[in-house]
Design a protein around this ligand. Structure first.
Ligand code: GTP
Ligand code: MG
Length: 306
C-alpha cells in the first residue's frame, strides 16, 4: 500500500494542492513508480504543446499570452516552464507577472516551473510524468516552455503533440546554425517579436529553409507576444495540426542508431555505411523513402565505411 494513496485520492478529486505536491514529488525523483502506476494509461484528449527557442526569444511572453487565448476559447490550461537556469521560485516565469500573468483567481489555469539540476539528464523523464499528471488532472491544454533546441528538447519533442519553435527577426547566421535543429523539431515556426525590423525577411528566410521538396510542410507565421499580434492565428494553426499518435512520438533517429549499432556489432569490426545516408536524411537532402532505399542497398551490398 503506497504511502501516497491519500495524496492520489485528493488528486483524483481535482485538488490543486495535491497536484502541486505530486509535481514536487516527481521533481524530487520520489514515488515515481507509484505515481506512474496510479495515472490512467489513456488520459483525456489534452493537447500538449511545446514552445521552444533560444534564450530571450520571448517564449515566456508568448506562453503568457497563449494562456489568455486558450482560456478565451473556454479551455483549461496548464503550463510547465522548464528553465535550466533559474531556480523554482526566483525564475523569470513566476517572478514576472507582466510576462506571464499569474491568473491567480482562475481555476482553469495552472502554472509550474521546473528546474533541472545541473548535469541532470533525466529531465525528459520528469517532464513526461508531469505532463501525464496534468493530462490526467485533467487540463485541456498543456503548454511546455523549453529553452533551446538542444538534445533535451529533442527528447521533450517526443512527449508533446506540437512543437512551436520561436526565432527572432534578423537571426541571420544564427538561423543557418539552427537549421538542422529547426528542421528536426519544429511543427510550426514563429518569427516572434514581429514588431522588430526584419521580421518579414526572416519569415521568408525560414520558409526557404523549410520549403524543401519531399518534406512535410511546416507552417511559418509572424507573431508578437509583446504586442499581442498573431496569437489567435497561431493557436488556430496549433489546433489544426493532427495530434501525433503515440507510436509516432518515439525517437526514430535513436532507433536507427540502435539498429546501426547492432548491425555493426553483428558484422564484427565491419561498420555499415549507413551513417552518411542518415546524415543526408537528417539534413532533408533525401526523403524517407530514398534514405530507406539507400540504407538497404548499403546493407545488401555489404558496403562498409572507409
Ligand atoms: N520587441 C519585442 N520584445 C519582446 C516581445 N516579446 C517578448 N519581448 C522581450 O524579450 C525579452 C525576453 O522575453 P521572455 O519572454 O522572457 O523570453 P524567453 O524566451 O522566455 O527567455 P528565457 O526563458 O530566458 O529563455 C523580454 O525583455 C521581453 O520583454 C515582442 O513581441 N516584441
Ligand atoms: Mg522564459
Amino acid at each position: 500500500m503506497s504511502t501516497i494513496e491519500p495524496l492520489l485520492e485528493r488528486f483524483r478529486r481535482r485538488d490543486r494542492t495535491a497536484l502541486a505536491r505530486l509535481l514536487t514529488l516527481i521533481a524530487r525523483g520520489e514515488q515515481r513508480e507509484a505515481i506512474r502506476a496510479a495515472l490512467p494509461r489513456n488520459p483525456g484528449p489534452s493537447r500538449v504543446v511545446a514552445v521552444t527557442g533560444n534564450g530571450g526569444v520571448g517564449k515566456s511572453t508568448l506562453v503568457g499570452q497563449l494562456i489568455g487565448v486558450v482560456r478565451g476559447r473556454g479551455r483549461t490550461v496548464a503550463v510547465l516552464a522548464c528553465d535550466p537556469e533559474s531556480p523554482l521560485t526566483g525564475g523569470a516565469l513566476l517572478g514576472d507577472r507582466v510576462r506571464m500573468p499569474g491568473h491567480p483567481e482562475d481555476a482553469g489555469v495552472f502554472i509550474r516551473s521546473v528546474t533541472a539540476p545541473e548535469g541532470h539528464e533525466g529531465i525528459a523523464d520528469d517532464i513526461d510524468l508531469m505532463i501525464k499528471s496534468l493530462k490526467a488532472f485533467p487540463f485541456d491544454v498543456v503548454l511546455v516552455e523549453t529553452a533551446g533546441v538542444g538534445q533535451g528538447d529533442t527528447a521533450v519533442r517526443d512527449l508533446v503533440d506540437v512543437v512551436v519553435l520561436l526565432v527572432q527577426p534578423e537571426s541571420g547566421d544564427e538561423l543557418q546554425w539552427q537549421k538542422a535543429g529547426l528542421l528536426e523539431v519544429a511543427d510550426v515556426v514563429v518569427v516572434h517579436k514581429a514588431d522588430l525590423p526584419g521580421a518579414e525577411r526572416t519569415e521568408s528566410e525560414v520558409r526557404d529553409l523549410l520549403n524543401l521538396p519531399g518534406c512535410r510542410p511546416v507552417p511559418v507565421l509572424r507573431a508578437s507576444g509583446g504586442r499581442g499580434w498573431g496569437l489567435d492565428e497561431l493557436w488556430g494553426v496549433v489546433e489544426s495540426l493532427p495530434t501525433r499518435r503515440p507510436e509516432e512520438r518515439r525517437d526514430r533517429r535513436a532507433l536507427l542508431r540502435l539498429v546501426q549499432q547492432q548491425l555493426a556489432d553483428r558484422f564484427g569490426q565491419m561498420s555499415i555505411a549507413v551513417a552518411p545516408v542518415l546524415e543526408r536524411w537528417s539534413r532533408r537532402e533525401v526523403d524517407d523513402r530514398e534514405a530507406a532505399d539507400e540504407v538497404l542497398k548499403a546493407l545488401i551490398e555489404g558496403r562498409t565505411e572507409r
